[in-house]
Design a protein around this ligand. Structure first.
Ligand code: ADP
Ligand code: MG
Length: 357
């Protein structure tokens, strides 16, 4: 057995999926996925449950055979290369540590499989544990570690073989909110330090936007749009992306000549919708301004509920036509349920979808 080549620790690989198709007993889980990831890039695969995120990662890792297309790592097609020869590290959602092994033995496992000599193995496992900040817990068993610590060990285990691609399948979803954010930021720091090409699966749009260089939004077995977090948020190419990335209000509107009119205001349209007539405008909460009273140029509304979110407050309003919308505003404002207020549109452009979308 050969040890990893010297170049294996010097940076990430290019990863390309070309027209990748995966069928499970008559169900097409991937319908021809195309994705190109640069060396050292951190790409999040974001999408609702069942859209094919896990299948895409498993196909890349070799845990699933594909039914069509190519998977290239640094330009080499690996479709027929077995899992353990693809130079990929993986972390899964559920804690997958071996319960009968200590933390350091878990981390050593991949090296043992690769027949790395004991001394070298120990040293590299220790180094990998330090990388995730858990050198002091090397002798603990899984049941003596918190969820967040177990996932750090799983990360150390994935990285110990110095893979050039790291695949993370919802690694944070079993953790509580605070640990999630800490570990998310830690993963990003380690990833950046190592320069390892990383695909990170999540169904949580906030998580995807917070960590990734680019986010690929998946739907029904394919990628609907890929872009930087800013691009996806500000210029979603489809209503699905607009609705999935960030919170959007759906407000009745009329589309004509590439402009959309709602509640007396005319705004630009994002994307190039092939429709006209009645539509729903997808308006971000931050593109609605809460004003104390309905005045000319604002829409009359009544407060339904208001919730404190720490750094801001989100208030649910019923517009005069019955449409429900959410607005965000400073915590110093305290709208009371039943109170009459106004809301003003302040964006320049919005996405639109069909009235039944
Ligand atoms: P995600 O990770 O985005 O939630 P998956 O990749 O797990 O989605 O699943 C994509 C689709 O493929 C789903 O419809 C799921 O039910 C189906 N699927 C996943 N794994 C299998 C399997 N082993 N056998 C049959 N169908 C599967
Ligand atoms: Mg999944």
């Amino acid at each position: 057995m050969t040890s990893p080549s010297p170049s294996a620790s010097t940076g990430g690989a290019t990863v390309e999926l070309i027209d990748v198709v995966k069928d499970y007993a008559g169900h097409r889980a991937l319908t021809g996925v195309n994705l190109s990831v640069r060396p050292g890039e951190f790409v999040a695969l974001l999408g609702p449950s069942g859209c094919g995120k896990t299948t895409a990662l498993r196909a890349l890792s070799g845990l699933e055979q594909v039914n069509g297309g190519s998977i290239l790592i640094d330009g080499v097609d690996v479709v027929d290369v077995p899992v353990n020869k693809r130079d990929i590290g993986m972390v899964f959602q559920s804690y997958s540590l071996f319960p009968h092994l200590t933390a350091v033995e878990n981390v050593e496992f991949g090296l043992r499989m690769r027949k790395v000599a004991a001394g070298d193995r120990r040293a590299r496992a220790a180094e990998s544990l330090e990388l995730v900040g858990l050198g002091h817990l090397a002798a603990r068993y899984a049941h003596q570690l918190s969820g967040g610590q177990q996932q750090r060990i799983a990360l150390a285990r994935a990285l110990v073989t110095r893979p050039r691609v790291l695949l993370l399948d919802e690694p944070l979803s079993a953790l509580d909110a605070k640990v999630r954010v800490q570990l998310r930021d830690e993963i990003r720091r380690i990833q950046t330090d190592l320069g390892i090409t990383t695909l990170f699966v999540t169904h949580d749009q906030e998580e995807a936007l917070a960590v990734a260089d680019r986010v690929a939004v998946m739907r029904d077995g394919n990628i609907e749009q890929i872009g930087t977090p800013e691009e996806l948020y500000t210029t979603p190419s489809t209503p699905f992306v607009a609705a999935f990335v960030g919170l959007s209000n759906r407000m009745p509107a009329t589309l004509s000549n590439g402009r959309v009119t709602l509640y007396g205001e005319t705004l630009g349209v994002l994307g190039s919708p092939a429709m006209s007539g009645p539509v729903l405008a997808l308006v971000r909460p931050e593109d609605l301004l809460l004003v104390p009273q309905a005045t000319p140029g604002s829409i009359a509304a009544k407060v339904v509920a208001s919730s404190f979110l720490g750094s801001l407050r989100r208030t649910r309003l019923a517009l005069s036509d019955g449409t429900l919308v959410s607005v965000q505003h400073d915590v110093s404002e305290h709208p009371e349920p039943g109170q009459s207020v106004g809301v003003r549109l302040r964006g320049n452009a919005v996405s639109v979808s069909g009235v039944d979308g």
